[in-house]
Ligand binder design. Sequence first.
Ligand SMILES: [Fe+2]
Ligand SMILES: [Fe+2]
Length: 204
Amino acid sequence: VSRIQVTPSSEAWVAAAVADLETLLVDHAHCEKRAASTAVRFLFKYSDWTSLVLPVSRLAREELVHFEQVVRELKGRGWRLRSLASASYAAELLKVVRPAREKASGLPHSEATVDEMLVSALIEARSHERFVRLIDAVRGIDAPLADFYASLAEAEARHGELYLELAEEAAGGSVEARLVELTAYEAEVIARPGLPLRMHAGPA
Ligand SMILES: [Fe+2]
Ligand SMILES: [Fe+2]
């Protein structure tokens, strides 16, 4: 996502991901499901936000298609979807969402909404960054998987841009200053040590 610059994933994370593609794909499947669930939640929470409804509904459908695709990629390699504890990456990011009561008069939405959209944009941007890294990292050992990551990278970049545009609409203007703060916080969360390998966690 060109307007959102997350920090580069570490070589250690890329190496751990390549060394355990089964865990990576299983967690990835759950991530796609969560992305769809978050989008559907927004459809209920913001049911009267006209410019959100159709693009976010489409996004939710795309995430479920991604989910189905990842499950097929698992199957094709003789693996299966299993439950796997999340590393709470998104939950950690949402901890810094500002309270809704700080809504300034005249603004279309509260600061909480701006932050929610920015956190979603950052998650999509991080997914994009990791898929791009994985394309080259897995090319030599699993070329079809590299092609799959390339197709997903395009979609996640688009999703990041959509959530950023919604954040700007919610703020009624630029969100640059808050995006800088949240990007720095995301960099800290993604680099937390001692977590098991996940799409959004693992070796820093
Ligand atoms: Fe996705
Ligand atoms: Fe996405």
